[in-house]
Write a protein of this length. Sequence first.
Lengths: 322, 1048
Amino acid sequence: MPGTLILADHVGGRMAGSTAELVGAAKALGRPFGEPCRCLLIGDRDLCARAAELSFEGVDEILTVDVGSSDFDATRWAAVLFRVAAAERPRLVLVPHSANGMAVAPLLAAELGSGLATDVFGIRVEGQELVAVRGAYGNKLEMEVDFPGRELVVLTLRGASFPPAAAGGAATVRAWPLPAEELPRSVRHGGYVEAPASDVDIGKAEFILAVGRGIGDRENLPRFAALAERMGATLGCSRPIVDAGWLPKAHQVGQSGKVAASCKLYLAFGISGAVQHLYGMKHVETIIAVNTDPAAPIFNVATYGATVDLFELADALEREFA
Amino acid sequence: MNEPTRELFWSLDGTQILLFYLGAALAGGVFLAGCWRLFDRYRRARRLPSLPDLRAGLGRALVDVLSQRTVRRRDALAGWAHTAVFAGYLIGAIGTAVITVEYDFLAPLFDIRFWRGDFYLWYSLILDLGHLGLTVGLLVLIGRRLLLRPAKLDYRRRYRGERERGPTARRRWLEDWGFLLFLLAVEITGFLLEGARLLMEQPAWAAWSPVGRAVAALLAAAGMDGQAAASFRVFLWWLHGALALGFTAAIPWYKARHMLLAVGSLAVRDRNALRRLPREPEEAGEAGIGGTGDLTWKDLLDLDACTRCGRCHEACPARTVGAPLSPRDLVLDLGEAVRRQGPIDLAGGTIAAETLWSCICCGACQEICPVGIEHPPLIVRMRRRLVERDELDPLLRTTLDQVANTGNSFGENPRKRGHWTRELEFRVKDLRREPAEYLWFVGDYASFDPRNQQVSRTVARLLRAAGVDFGLLFEEERTAGNDVRRIGEEGLFEELVRTNRDAMAAARLFRRILTTDPHSYNTLRNEYPDWGAMPPVVHYSRLLLELLESGRLRVTKPLGYRVTFHDPCHLGRLNGGYEAPRKVLERIGCELVEMPRNRDNSFCCGAGGGQIWMTPDPKREKPSENRLREAASLGGIDVFVTCCPKDLAMFEDARKTGGHERDFVVRDLAELVAEAVELGLLEPKDLPDLLERIVDAAAQRWVERVERRLGDRLPGLVEAARTEGREAPGTEPVPDAGGEGGEARDGEPASRCAPAETGPAPAPEPPFLPMRWEAPRPLAPAPLPDYEVPEKTGPRILVAGKRVAVLGDEFSLAPDGRDVCPEALDHALNEWDDAALEAALQFVERQGAGEVVAVSVGPEDAEAALRRMLAKGAARAVRIWHPTLERADPALVARALAGVAVKERPDLLLTGVQSADFAHAATPGLVAGMLDWPFVQTVVSLEREGDLLLVERELEGGLRERVELRTPAVLAVQTGSYAPRYATMRMIKQARRKPLVVLDAEGVADGSSAYRLRGMRVPERSRAEMLEGSVEEIAARIAAIIRSRREG
């Protein structure tokens, strides 16, 4: 039976949001790669009992494997995936490109000699071949890869790149019998440590609202900080703001500050785009720049631009996110 | 008693005279012992690489000392007082010597006596007046300390928030007062003694000792008669004698030693100090100054000679803005440390690292030092040790890495160095292809900083208007390295010198070097000649003056601005270029109003010594802001004129942050000249060239539009078009001028991609084997040739280090559309692997045993990454390569790494989470899968507990999970937790001796690649899509974009 086998990721008993996206990606492929679509849930008995949470639209079957623990062990999860895949023989194994997924997928691919592509943000079928699209050269380029002759392809999918499937499917749940003692173990879980009540971490922020000299005065800063909070953005800034002592260094984006390495969405307010600043953010996928100077270099790297008054726009955005 | 003289040992009997001589001998002994102690330290200290010209130095020193020139600068009161003290003391010492010569040598041996008669009278007068001067000088100095209380004499470290005088400050304060009061006591007892003698003897020639006679009169008025005077005289004689002998004996033992040593320190003063820093001996141990044992005798002499005048403290811009550095305290602290016994840690010890990193290398301290102490070279040499120990600001480390990787401090692609010329109406000569009179060495800021690029273009237009024949080296130019050297990265500096010199040697003929950057000017002019002859170097201020004077630039519109001028440290203080810019300003009709601190006392903008790349303390005023306040206080200034790219950047910033936007504008000298000569942007002779370029640009845009329309349908055709020299989308390309021989206008090859027949042969299509469910083909470690693997001495950690490719903003795809043209790629060690290496090194260092082995899959060029890893502490390196691994996918790389693991049998194999270029994050997992070893991704901490490894891994949202596992294992390390150490260029060079094995990997590419590469393409993206409409509409659009991106 061809189709897709999806690894349902979870951390600390919480189902990951990625599964819906993986289902969405599989559904879009249709037969023979995408359908039928099975989800595989590896965990303890309690977690397996919640398998119905994975019943997204388009999921045909949910396989559960009770391994006695819901904590992650790359070797063990890969072994389960291998057993299930060897029995079900899907054409495609989809894994999220998460901390867990990027550990499991290569182990499985090494075991089978299957096709493997990681951090994929586009999939299509061309003739009989599956074609995956991923980034190259720090995402400045896209590359297309295929896997001719490989009956199985393992892909890890980039988050927020595929439309998530809606909940409310009618999948059947099947417990897959696999005695835990038959499975290898390589690590022992020693507990979780919550992220320290952190200051800003520009390097890890996915959504940044950065302000520059265009905000004019220190007194204007709190309203932008409030706007950032309201929108769920991390507050960043350009060098002059830090130099002036308006914000601590940790907020600075740029050559002398932090590179917005994980950022997917960047709002640049009143930043002209000095080369040092661009260095820290020009790679970001979506950049919205607001600056009254239409010739500001920031517009060369921005996806969207606007030349309106910063403060009026901030007012309007506050209303949008009220 | 007819002939004027006096009895030397009046009323003393033989025993008492003997006692006096014993005392004198004791004092002499103590004095000599003190001198010996100093000299002995100099004798045992490090030698200078070459002796300074002592004859000329001594001449200059004597002039300086006798004229007291250096002491009077910028503190006339203290200077004149000191001159009086100096002259009086000198006269007194000569007087004593005269008596000794007569009484102890000439009289007993030859019966020659001359200390009588007229000679005696003149002697009395001169000595009397000399001592009067000395005393008055002392009283002025004492009064100054009591009444004026100059801040520079206050030893409280206010820059460290010290409110009260601490023990050190108190000791120094006591020593200063001790010195003054000691000498004053000698003088006063001397005058009292003279007065008592005159009162008692009442000689006819008393008028020849006017001060003594006045004292005598005072004593008489106080009721002293001849009898009392006689007994008082005996007491005073002994007191004065003891004080004078004691004072002399103590000279070498405290700050009075400057009386002896200043001549020496001035004689060995290095006239090139700071503008030409000393080189490091090639193969010596650690670089720079770490402890007292690394100082030369000249350093010790300088430190001992300090007079504590505080002039450097006052002049230092870092101290002025409250940075934790006072050159005075630095010298005093160092001096006290070196005079203690035993080796003492100086860099980062006696002198805090933050102090060393506060220096701006402006040279103000050494310039004003009256005894020729050279503070900045000491600081830079201590920095060299800090750099070697990796005790440097992380930003600085990043900048140095960037300079090492890209040759510029902006981390920009080196090919963009000449891009500022693209907006010119004319073509700038490429010195690599055509000769020119001047090589214009542009420098980083003038090349890459947008504001300075404007200036560079203005200078280019001025030069063209004046008919100056100039050319650039374009991307062959690297940072000159002036500031890299002042940071203390000597190895990198040497590398830059070598690269720049090679580029100049390979260039076509030029006669002189021109630069607008005083920093480049300084190092090219003063430091590069240490590596071989250099052509003359000219600063543009000088050339502009010549052009104006010769009439090649004609002022048609005198400006009439009221301007002030900021002397760049590297042009003015270090190289004496004070006049040219001022004369230029005069010629273009500007009224120059000098700031109080000008010329040699210019106040640094704060950019030098690497400060421009460090994090300023937001609580402190920036030197540039301090400077602009000074300019603003002049009142009515139109323009603040600079002639240094870093100045322009600093002051443009400070003008905004300091709130001077309404006070004046900041402009470069060239901009004013351009205005005064009414430099038109267009010259008729440029028209054909310009027209051609406009047409080209239009054609280019048309091609791009067509290309976009056709899109994927005609990729082959499009790629062919691209190879004709097209830019990447997202930039506004200005097409090549299409000049001589089809060469690109800023020196890039006509085709960005080497044609297949001249480039390396295209890699043959590697096999790609199928996989069937019936017969899965597990990946297996690659068979590799045998090599000698040493015995294990502890834990062995393999660290895989990838040389990643960094794609510049401008690139083109290769004709086959499967990769970019290699010319567009720069390379660096993958930062994740760098973190993995750091984790491995720390692990081994904690164990105190074992080794880290660096492994890389790549061609010979990739060895740079391995060398870097070796420099940081890896013991050995293994490189695996075969041409079939060109464009290898993670599976092949993993096979090769696993193959090495089979040979090395390590306890751990560490890699980064992913590579910066392709970001597969798959290689470590594939290796672990092949080896069947435990595997943890995104590791942020790694410790050993007994047989177990305790590992923390990072999950989404910053959550961390602790896991335990056994070795051997594969761990993929996340960045952030392990900040990679800095490898100096010197360490990299020294690492060349570490073993590096190269393995032929012919069998690696066996068809088990994880995927087959079909092609690459540029994602659709160009200049921003401008959102139009009302503010509300735009806000709604932005909100929608945010929501769609946030919620998938």
